[in-house]
Design a protein around this ligand. Structure first.
Ligand SMILES: Nc1nc2c(c(=O)[nH]1)N[C@H]1C(S)=C(S)[C@@H](COP(=O)(O)O)O[C@H]1N2
Ligand SMILES: [Mo]
Length: 221
């Protein structure tokens, strides 16, 4: 049985199109760029607006209902409600977004909690090499612990000085600027630390397991 809200079968046109791009290897230029000298990764173009891309399920989670569970291979399991999240050390950053559908957007101003600060609290166990993010729309995505722990990765709740809107993943989403934006889970609900990797929604549908934009890691081979 496939229900319209079943995240395993999000029967939207965009989801079907994105699966076919992975099969065809669309947008690949075959170039490798150097992030130190080339700000725009190969095959990307700049946009001034901020497009909305997701499974089309738009979960409505307001701040009073939102909870984030951080568990798995950690010393200190955490369940943060909105007040607990706001009580964590807050940071600000300016980063670029690179979406695998080829748009990039420069100079996004974010406010939130650095993954580095989160890691100091939960203390992953030595065997934890991977992280799986899960979201209120049923979406999942996976990262190596190293990528999750990047110095500029953060759990964001504000963009350009305003609360992150629901369509962009509010109350809280991940933001990992050095990987394609599908790794940046919207409507964040859970962070599970794991001994073994577990590919997420797009990673099992033809998209690359890591997703480095400068190496054009768009699709799995
Ligand atoms: N929970 C959730 N997070 C998600 C997605 C999704 O469908 N659900 N889509 C991903 C993809 S493919 C992209 S490109 C970005 C888009 O974020 P935006 O809509 O804020 O631009 O969110 C990512 N995070
Ligand atoms: Mo995407």
């Amino acid at each position: 049985m496939s229900e319209p809200n079943d995240p395993d079968h999000p029967d939207t046109k965009l989801t079907r199109t994105k699966e076919s791009w992975a099969r065809e290897g669309r947008f690949l230029t075959g170039r490798h760029a150097r992030p130190e000298t080339e700000r725009l990764p190969p095959g990307q173009h700049l946009v001034k607006n901020w497009p909305v891309l997701d499974l089309g399920l738009l979960p409505q989670v307001d701040e009073s209902q939102w909870k984030l569970t951080i568990n798995g291979a950690v010393e200190n399991v955490q369940v943060w409600d909105w007040a607990a999240f706001q009580a964590q050390p807050q940071s600000e950053e300016v980063t670029d977004i690179h979406c695998v559908t080829t748009w990039s957007r420069y100079d996004n101003h974010w406010k939130g909690v650095l993954t580095r600060d989160l890691l100091e609290i939960v203390k992953p166990k030595p065997e934890a090499g991977f992280v799986v993010l899960s979201s209120y729309d049923g979406y999942t995505t996976n990262l190596s612990l190293e990528d999750f722990a990047a110095p500029d990765a953060m759990l964001v709740h504000a963009w350009e000085g305003q609360p992150l809107t629901a369509e962009h993943g509010g109350p809280v989403r991940l933001m990992v600027p050095h990987l394609y934006f599908w790794k940046s889970a919207k409507w964040l609900r859970g962070i599970e630390f794991r001994n073994r990797d577990q590919p997420g929604f797009w990673e099992v549908r033809g998209y690359h397991n890591r997703g480095d934009p400068w190496a054009e890691e768009r699709y799995s081979d």
